[in-house]
Ligand binder design. Structure first.
Ligand SMILES: *Cc1c(COP(=O)(O)O)cnc(C)c1O
Length: 377
């Protein structure tokens, strides 16, 4: 175990030993009284985490499976949607909607800028036929938080559904599904919640459920269709409250991660991750690194920083991994080679882990003879 890599990337995250132990328990069946109690317990914990009284389904799949389910379950081919993007995951939402034959309107703010409610209002005024606004809460590819609360309000005032990718924000950044008026939201077990990889909780409020039953043919097929999952919670709710086999050990580990999260308190978790962010940011700035985003829009979950002048960022990433078994993330797309990203979720938020990472980085900077302020150019 000791020389396994320690993850300080923006997901997946290294998890606590008790979560690993839950994964190693003998396999149990995905139905029956005990199982149904466990599944419902985890789903109801997720309701507290999303801060919703709506439906929650624990979808066996990656985060993008949940995104696809949210979009395709309530919209019909040809429907207009607004999907602003400021990074890779916004672009992915556009791809999902396009693949489901929706008509996508998009816009892109500048590098290191958040998507604002005012921009969304302006775009909605231009496209009155839009039926849903899809928005990434925390754009993990650049470590920036978008104005989700205001964007949900703008969508609602327009009569459009608000669909939120909360994959790297839920349980790490304050988010209130019902109070903010989000209609559908997806997250994953293995980012801020600190569970294992493999489950994407999807939450749906009353307007989303009404859209499921509005009689229009939906883009979704069978598996990634909320209507299917809802039907099974109704028909088989007392023994098998989901349509298919799901990874029972992953859900058991997830339930434990949720118990720990709720013991800590979601708001406390958010504060702890923000403190981890500050520790990383302060430490890097002290060494002369320049951050991609100003603190006003910087996510508490991921920090993106530019390499120092003359620094070979990919050499730095390889060196950290080879010499310290610490894996951090690189820049994506046009930012590859210029940017690196540090995650503050799971065990990566531990102060000792951060200090170990900062000491290693200081050694690298000194050995490579690098100094001075990083540059955005
Ligand atoms: C990680 C992430 C995804 C992708 O999740 P997968 O589990 O790889 O499908 C999507 N959106 C955001 C904001 C993410 O951080």
């Amino acid at each position: 175990m000791e020389d396994r890599e320690f993850l300080m990337i923006p997901g997946p995250v290294s998890v606590d030993d008790e979560i690993l132990e839950a994964l190693a328990l003998p396999v149990r069946a995905h139905y029956g009284d005990d199982w149904t109690r466990l599944y419902k317990h985890a789903a109801s914990s997720m309701r507290e985490v999303f801060k919703t009284s709506g439906d929650v389904h624990l979808v066996f799949g990656s985060g993008m499976a949940g995104v696809e389910m949210c979009i395709a379950s309530v919209l019909s081919p040809g429907d207009e949607v607004l999907i602003p993007s400021n990074g890779l995951f916004g672009d992915r939402m556009v791809e999902v909607a396009t693949a489901n034959r929706l008509q996508v309107h998009t816009f892109h703010p500048g590098l290191a800028e958040a998507i604002t409610a005012a921009q969304v209002r302006a775009a909605l005024a231009e496209h009155p036929g839009v039926r849903a606004v899809c928005i990434v809460h925390h754009e993990t590819s650049v470590g920036i938080l978008n104005e989700v609360e205001g964007i949900c309000r703008a969508a609602r005032e327009h009569g459009a559904l608000a669909i939120v990718d909360g994959i790297s924000s839920v349980a790490g950044v304050p988010f209130e599904m019902d109070a903010w008026g989000a209609d559908l939201c997806v997250t994953v077990a293995n980012k801020c919640i600190g569970g294992a990889i493999g489950v994407a909780p999807v939450a749906a409020g009353p307007r989303a459920l009404a859209a499921l039953d509005d009689g229009r043919p939906k883009a979704a097929g069978w598996y990634l269709n909320l209507a299917t999952w809802r039907r099974y919670t109704e028909l088989w709710g007392d023994w098998h409250p989901h349509p298919t086999t799901i990874p029972t050990n992953v859900i058991e580990a997830f339930d434990l991660a949720l118990i720990r999260l709720l013991e800590e308190g979601v708001d406390n978790r958010c504060r702890r991750l923000a403190a981890a962010r500050d520790r990383v940011r302060d430490g890097l700035e002290e060494m002369g690194f320049e951050m991609l985003a100003p603190i006003s829009v910087a996510s508490p979950v991921t920090t993106a920083a530019f390499g120092l002048p003359g620094m070979d960022v990919s050499d730095y990433l390889e060196w950290l991994l080879k010499n310290h078994r610490i894996r951090i993330g690189g820049g994506l797309g046009e930012l590859r080679g210029r940017l690196f990203r540090v995650g503050h979720m799971g065990r990566a938020a531990e102060p000792e882990a951060i200090d170990r990472y900062l000491r290693a980085t200081a050694d690298y900077v000194e050995n490579a003879g690098l100094t001075g302020a990083g540059r955005k150019g």
